[in-house]
Design a protein around this ligand. Sequence first.
Ligand code: DGP
Length: 118
Amino acid sequence: MCIFCKIVNGELPANMVRENDDFMAFHDLNPKAPAHILVIPKLHVDSFNEVTPETMAGMTSFIQEVAKVVGIKESGYRVITNVGDNGGQEVKHLHWHVLGGAKLAWGHFADADTKDFF
Ligand code: DGP
């Protein structure tokens, strides 16, 4: 069972922000911003590649609520989902990083010189 499924079923603890029947939001263990929340569907989905439009619809309003609850809705924030190896996905359970609380830097490549791409 993946670590996020263990958080869903209570086997692993998490610093919970918000929860409903379908989704959970909790603080990231290794925050990359003053506010760094992970939003997951309770039902296991490997990644964005497999998510349904129905789940996406619920995720959208849930993420909007989370941004309001943590107080970053007006100041601004970033929503990211990493997909697969090149996307840097470490946990193979769909999750959205909701980052805010400070002005965020934009963009990077992990191990290549950007001039090779443009
Ligand atoms: P990603 O690289 O997109 O798969 O991001 C996985 C994130 O999950 C990473 O920022 C660290 C976080 N993380 C990993 N394990 C745990 C955990 O057990 N609890 C919490 N709260 N976050 C975790």
